[in-house]
Design a protein. Structure first.
Length: 667
């Protein structure tokens, strides 16, 4: 069975068949676990000595990565590790260890390439993807280049017809038509293809007429500039080869420069840099900082539309969970629910909003699409200006132009001095806790649209997390109202000043209570959504925090038909009634329809019924286990809520004869 075991109680097993590992692969696994958590359980057996410990029979690399993260202070020593606990049957355990390591299928290189391409197309940058997966930037860029191979070559890689090394040889140049042409030639040849032979054929100096650069320039302009063409009289125009790449690229660069100048004038950006590539690589963004923009807020009309769609979705979910629904109704509900979800996404997935004050400071890249059309890349950047080197003489430089490096200093020396200067600053900040606290609060709360292009010289931030449900609005909830009121009460006078220096000085001039209020606001905004326990969406540490704060959830949130009961099954509602007042209360609604049962549960949990004082108190205090904060109660959230307790099962006869009317006492 799967159970969670504290990391400190796991020890390596001598029976684990893996004796050797790879340092680079281990570092990649460690980075992946740090970014995404442990995705696969370990396999363990209980040790006789020392008692209470478990031997890791399979998953030794994952275990070592978790221990390394704990030693680095990135995981707690009692971090709960999901483990499959086996009975210690000697050789059977060793067989399980071998099977777990042996029966693994590495990801197909083509699938790997498409996965990296998906992350880039979704707005991630190469540096970020490399960090999250513990690989080098060059590795990610190589996979992106392979993802852009000619379809026939990429399919051959996916089917295992060619090796990864041969695919890399085809990717030595980005000309997809050339790749397909060479692939066809090699397929017709005798004997196996060698990567060096393919690389030599790929680098022969010709370009297809279907190349994006050729489509951008046009044949007439290319010929007028002295370019030569080799035509195949027995094939279509796409088989034509352009022989003078230098002329083609000069003309293509001129066209891209013209398009960039036009777009810069139209957009008002500080600069637009053209490139003949389809993607922007890390070398092109060196010396730049990415500008983070917030999406546009939903209008009142859009919020109403989302609320209506969510209500429709709730109806479909209720139909899917209703045991009485037919297969045809369920199938139709699934189709309609998918349509509703797409409609919600279409409304809430809004483009980011650019503060007009930032427009003259930012820039973008102009890339060349596969059809030869220049396209403005969606990511915006700002040039990194070394503020510490600015002096009185820098007034002559234009806005946004980086100050020159000090004469006689190499880049290496400049970087070494920067590290030592940072350490001197860090010593003094660490020696002044009050100053450090002010700085920490300021860095957390000043990161917002309008200040995003300034360099703070610190990695500390408190960005709001990604919500698990997009567009959920709870304007009438007591906790939501309290958070809004707290935000409105903050002293925001300092936020209107132009520079980070001026804002920080003004922030420090606030009273201690005002600064402390900003600290609470920043930390509160950084909290992620979670439920009790360590299951899906759970955060045991939040359970601990709520317990320390002695939070009375029932005073802030009550389960209603709309926010809970309509979205769960009837057995979950019966379970709640049994917990409030035993099987007799659940028996009253044994034959009730789901909608009526949900309405009755809402009334009962609000205390809106006739009954004993103790029963009303229990009803007003009842919460689903997922909403509780007490650690011992939160563990119940990890169980299966879809079944009634044994006590309720014993009352099946009573439930069968229950009335189908809503609480007669309440009536």
């Amino acid at each position: 069975m799967i159970q969670t075991i504290p990391l400190a109680k796991l020890v390596p097993s001598k029976r684990n068949v893996r004796r050797r590992s790879d340092a680079a692969a281990d570092a990649q696994l460690r980075a992946d676990i740090e970014a995404r958590g442990l995705l696969q359980n370990l396999i363990v057996t209980a040790n006789k000595k020392p008692r209470g410990t478990f031997a890791v029979e399979a998953g030794g690399r994952r275990h070592a990565a978790l221990k390394a993260l704990a030693e680095e202070g990135k995981l707690a020593a009692d971090f709960a590790v999901p483990c499959l606990v086996l009975d210690d049957l000697g050789s059977a355990v060793a067989e399980a260890s071998l099977a777990e390591n042996f029966q693994k299928l590495a990801l197909n290189p083509a699938d790997e390439c498409l996965a990296f391409q998906h992350f880039i197309e979704q707005g991630s940058d190469v540096d970020g993807v490399a960090r999250r997966f513990g690989v080098t930037v060059r590795f990610v860029e190589g996979r992106l280049r392979l993802a852009s191979l000619a379809p026939v070559v990429f399919q051959a890689l996916a089917d295992g017809v060619i090796t990864l090394d041969i695919a890399k040889a085809y990717a030595s140049t980005p000309d997809r038509e050339r790749q397909a042409h060479v692939f066809d030639q090699m397929s017709r040849g005798y004997g196996g293809a060698h990567p060096d032979s393919i690389r030599r054929m790929m680098t022969q100096a010709t370009v297809s007429a279907a190349d994006p650069r050729a489509r951008l320039v046009g044949e007439d302009a290319y010929l007028a500039a002295g370019g030569r063409i080799d035509r195949d009289l027995f094939a279509d125009d796409t088989s034509t080869r352009w022989l003078d790449i230098a002329i083609l690229e000069r003309l293509a660069n001129e066209k891209m420069d013209e398009a960039a100048a036009t777009l810069a004038a139209e957009t008002g950006y500080a600069w637009i840099r053209p490139t003949l590539d389809r993607y922007v690589d890390w070398q092109q963004t060196e010396g730049l900082e990415r500008v983070e923009l917030e999406p546009a807020a939903l209008t009142d009309s859009e919020q109403e539309q989302v609320a209506t769609l969510e209500a429709q979705a709730a109806d479909k979910i209720a139909l899917l969970e209703d045991e009485a629904s037919s297969d045809e109704d369920r199938a139709q509900a699934e189709v309609e629910l998918e349509t509703i979800e797409k409609a919600v996404e279409a409304i809430t997935d809004k483009p980011p909003v650019l503060d007009e004050a930032l427009r003259p400071q930012i820039g973008a890249f102009l890339v060349l699409g596969p059809d030869g059309t220049p396209r403005l890349h969606q990511t915006l950047y700002v040039e990194r200006t070394p503020q510490e080197e600015n002096g009185p003489d820098d007034a002559d430089h234009e806005a946004g132009e980086p100050a020159p490096r000090a004469v006689g200093l190499s880049q290496r020396l400049t970087d070494e001095l920067a590290i030592q200067r940072r350490d001197i600053l860090a010593v003094h900040v660490a020696a002044d806790p009050d100053f450090a606290l002010d700085l920490a609060i300021f860095l957390m709360v000043d990161r917002k649209p309008g200040h995003g292009v300034e360099r703070y010289g610190s990695s500390l931030s408190a960005r709001p997390p990604q919500e698990p449900v997009i567009g959920l609005k709870t304007p009438e909830a007591p906790a939501t109202l309290a958070r809004v009121e707290a935000g409105q009460a903050l002293d925001r006078g300092w936020t209107t000043l132009d520079s980070a220096e001026a804002r920080f000085d003004a922030f420090r001039a606030l009273g201690p209570d005002e600064r402390a209020a900003w600290l609470g606001h920043a930390v509160a905004d950084s909290l992620e959504a979670s439920v009790a326990g360590t299951g899906t969406g759970g955060c045991r540490f939040h359970d601990h925090l709520g317990h320390l704060l002695d939070i009375d959830v029932a005073a802030w949130w009550r389960p209603t038909a709309a926010n809970f009961f309509d979205k769960v099954t009837k057995p979950v509602m019966f379970d709640a009634l049994v917990e409030i007042d035993g099987p007799a209360l659940a028996a009253r609604y044994g034959n009730a329809k789901k909608a009526d049962l949900a309405a009755a549960c809402e009334k009962i949990c609000a205390g809106d019924f006739i009954g004993e004082v103790s029963t009303k108190q229990a009803a007003r205090a009842w919460l689903p286990a997922a909403m509780r904060f007490a650690p011992e109660l939160a563990r119940q959230a990890e169980g299966d809520p879809a079944t009634l307790p044994d006590e309720a099962d014993a009352s099946a006869t009573e439930l069968d004869h229950a009335s189908d009317v809503i609480d007669r006492d309440a009536a």
